[in-house]
Design a protein around this ligand. Structure first.
Ligand SMILES: Nc1nc2c(c(=O)[nH]1)N[C@H]1C(S)=C(S)[C@@H](COP(=O)(O)O)O[C@H]1N2
Ligand SMILES: [Mo]
Length: 393
């Protein structure tokens, strides 16, 4: 691991913005207040959720930092930052969402195991870096390869952080080689976030960004890339980040029966209101975010002010004031869509939001139907309660 070191304790953590709500301190897991997410289409780095499984690595010698590319192909190679920077640079706007986003709400239906996240384990950033397809081409693996001559079918990303789930070993994950070598999948080795060098929390000096896929596959502090025959056998691919039916519990779970989660499903959240609100009767602007995985756009966001009986369609945008059209070529296809709608609130009610993506996928009405013991992918209709009171309340 040239140039990059992994502290074994939490004495060298980077500074963080006080606005973040801390869900766990060691490892550091934090999210902004939900209202901070809708103040801009691109989430400021300071407000972007931070999801870690160990102490934050440190660069001690950037000149010597290199990633080792090894495995089932002809010419193993070490690539330095200058090699990565020599490749064409792309700026891709992509939303990263933790599979555990909205876990706390799932836990209320029935207990789940995992870090408690409210609704802000998600953020939208402009990631700058080289395409993985170009990096792999540089080491001799052509674009659009799904299997190498020596049988490589998956691309494993290995970090250097020390995770207790890996018994002190590094975080790792993999994606299919066909996705990695497809330039249109926009998988990046990113060295910038919102035009600045990545900071330590988000993977300095180099991280993977797999757009449209749960955040867990976007490995930070990249140390090595392995071309392998089977998907990565690490904890976070095999014993975590999988979705089980509601009937599976900790006594009957068999991890081998499920595939690792990849694309995230359609999601939407109201960010202008908390779970419970006291408002004056009258007009209220409801706003939030909607996103879907796999590059699918947001076809519609529906808002109800009577608990889901009647619905109005919200205005959607990525660029302020410009209507968003799902599947339009000028959209950021990997990025979330913000929505807003004015509604009239005459009395105490439940406000609900749900989105539909460009493949007509819809969100499930209730969290109970998608409950799973790890509390992943809570994409149920987002509900907030409004109690109408008077200003002196
Ligand atoms: N090396 C490493 N990469 C990692 C993780 C980690 O703990 N270690 N966490 C993953 C998870 S679960 C998520 S959701 C995202 C979070 O990225 P962020 O902290 O930049 O928001 O990073 C992923 N990459
Ligand atoms: Mo995550």
């Amino acid at each position: 691991m040239p140039g990059l070191i992994a502290p074994s304790n939490y004495s060298q953590e980077p500074p963080r913005h006080p606005i973040l709500q801390i869900n766990s301190r060691e490892p550091f897991n934090a999210e902004p207040p939900r209202s901070a997410l809708i103040s801009s289409y691109v989430t400021p780095v300071d407000f972007f959720y931070k999801r870690n499984h160990g102490p934050i690595p440190k660069v001690d010698d950037i000149e010597n930092y290199c990633i080792l590319i090894r495995g089932l192909f002809e010419n193993p190679k070490d690539l330095f930052m200058r090699d990565i920077r020599m490749l064409p640079k792309y700026n891709i706007t992509a939303t990263l969402q933790c599979a555990g986003n909205r876990r706390t709400a799932m836990s209320k239906a029935r207990m789940v195991k995992g870090v408690g996240w409210d609704v802000a384990a998600i953020g939208n950033a402009v990631w700058g870096g080289a395409k993985l397809a170009d990096v792999l081409e540089l080491v001799g693996i052509p674009k659009l390869t799904s299997v190498t001559n020596s049988g490589g079918k998956h691309v494993e990303f290995v970090s250097i952080d020390r995770c207790k789930e890996e018994n002190g070993g590094p975080y790792k994950a993999s994606i299919p080689l066909s996705q990695a070598t497809n330039p249109e999948a926009d998988v990046l080795l990113a060295y910038e976030m919102n035009g600045e060098p990545l900071n330590r929390d988000h993977g300095y000096p180099l991280r993977v960004v797999v757009p449209g896929v749960i955040g867990a596959r976007s490995v930070k502090w990249l140390d090595a890339i392995n071309i392998i025959a089977e998907e990565c056998q690490g904890f976070f691919m095999q014993k975590d980040y999988k979705m089980f039916p509601p009937s599976v519990n900790w006594d009957n779970i068999n991890w081998n029966t499920r595939r690792p989660l990849m694309d995230f499903p359609v999601q939407c959240v109201i960010c202008s209101l908390e779970d419970v609100n006291v408002l004056k009767p009258g007009k209220v602007k409801i706003s939030g975010y909607a996103a879907s995985g796999g590059g699918r756009g947001i076809e519609r966001v529906d808002v109800s002010v009577d608990g889901g009986k009647n619905w109005v369609e919200a205005f959607r945008y990525q660029k302020t004031g410009i209507p968003y059209i799902a599947d339009h070529p000028s959209n950021d296809k990997w990025a979330w869509v913000l929505f807003e709608v004015m509604v009239d609130i005459p009395h105490s009610i439940q406000i609900v939001a749900k989105a539909v993506d460009s493949a007509a996928n819809v969100q499930p009405e209730n969290v109970e139907t998608i409950w799973n013991l790890r509390g992943v992918l809570n994409t149920s209709w987002h509900r907030v309660d409004v109690r109408v009171g008077h200003s002196n309340m």
